[in-house]
Design a protein around this ligand. Sequence first.
Ligand SMILES: [Ca+2]
Ligand SMILES: [Ca+2]
Ligand SMILES: [Ca+2]
Length: 448
Amino acid sequence: MKFSKSINLFLIIILSSSLVVGCAKVSADEMITPPKASVKADNIQKKIEEKFGKDISLITPPSTQELSPINFRDLDGDSKQEAIVFFRNPKDNKLKGVILKDINGKLEIYEGIDGVGKEIEKVSFDDIDNNKKEEIYISWQPESSYDIGFGVYEFDGSKIDTIKEDKVRTWFLGDLDDDTINELYVFNEERENMDNPNTRLERYELKDGKMNIVDTCRIEDFAFGPQSVMFGNAKLNQKGIFMDIATGNAGFTDLIVLKDGKMHNVFYDQKGGFTEKTFKPGPTPSYDIDKDGVVEISIPTQSKGYENEAMAFVVWITEWFKWDGKDGLVHVLDTYENYPMNMSFIMEKGWKENVKIEKNNYDSDQIFVKFFYEDESNKELLFEIQYVAPKNAKKFEDLGYQKLKIDNKNIYYVKINNELKSQNAKKFQLNINQIKERMSNLITNSIF
Ligand SMILES: [Ca+2]
Ligand SMILES: [Ca+2]
Ligand SMILES: [Ca+2]
C-alpha cells in the first residue's frame, strides 16, 4: 500500500487533535485527608517578583493533569503542600520552575529546575517509587532538533535534586504491570548513529534516588514517535500500551504487553525490524470502539467504490481490530468518520462490502453524507445525513428531514428512503433510532 503525503498529513492533523495518557493517580489517603497548603497563593507571586523582578510572568504548563500557574503538591512528603510555580523571566527569556515552602513562617524559594529548551512541553507529578514524595517530570521543547529535553526532579524539603536530565524523543507515565503504581517509559534512539538508531521503548524504575533502565523493547527504526499512547486492556485481564506511531509518510500501532515480566512488542517483526500488521496511512488512535472493555486498533482503508480513486477523492472508513492474543488481529467492526461533521458512524458486518458512501466538499455551512446500497445492477439511497446551520433548519424541515441531534454549531438531520425496491437493499436500511445509536462524536484519545 502506498499513501500520498498530503492525505497522510490530513489524517495526522485530524486524528491528532487531542491528548491521552492514563489518569492521574490519587491514592485513597489523599482523597480522605488532603494535605494542607502551608503556603498562601497571594504571597507567592509577590515573593517570586521580589527575587526575580516585577517583569516575570507565571505560566500554566501543558499537562495531562490539570495544572495552574501555581500548583500545590506535597513534594517532600511532610503532609503539607508546597507551591511549585513556573514562570518566564523576560530578562533572559528563560522558563524556570521554583518550589516555595513555608519554613517556620517564612516563605523560602528553592531553585534547580532551569530546563533545557525554550518552552515547557509537558509537566507531570507522580510517585513511581511509592515513597509518598511526588517526583516532578518535565519536558522542554527543542530549539533545533526533534529531541526534547527531559528532566526528573525531587524535592527533599531543603533542596531540589536532579534525578535525570536527558534528551529523548518522548516519554510518558503509566501502569503496565497493573500494580496501581505508574512506571516511566521513554521512547528513545541512538542519536549519534542514525544509520542504525536502535529505536526502542525503555522502562525505568526509580530506586534510592536513581532512575535505572529495567527493560527495553525494540520499535521500528526511524519512527517519529507516538502521536497517542493509551494504557488499556489488550485482552480482559491483560494490560497493554497502545502506541499510535507516526513515520515519514504513514503510521502504525504497536501494542506492548508483559510476557514473563518483560515488555513484548506483539506486532513487531523481529527479523524484518518493522511493524507491518498495523501499517496504515497515519497514526490513527486506538480506542475501545465496541465498549467491551478491551481496546481496539484502528486502520483506515478506502471504502467501497473508491478502491481505484485518486487519494484526494477517496472516502475512508476505519477498520477496527482486536489483538488475537498472539501476534495477529481480529476484525471487530468498521466506522465512517466525517470530520467537518464531528461524526463517527458505526458500520456493522456486511456494510463495508455493500454500502457506498458519498459526501460533499466542506465549503458550505451545509454538509451532507449519503449512504447507498450498491451492487452490480442496482444503486439505491438508504438515507442521508445533513449537518445544517440553524438559519437553514426550516428549509430542511419543510423538505421532510427529521432532526437527529444538535451540537453547539449545527443541527443533524436525516432523510430515510422508505421506498427501497430491492430486497438486498432493504437488509441495510435503518430506522431513525438505529441511526442515532450508531452515531457519535469523533473518536479522540491521547496525543502528545
Ligand atoms: Ca517518590
Ligand atoms: Ca505499575
Ligand atoms: Ca473494545
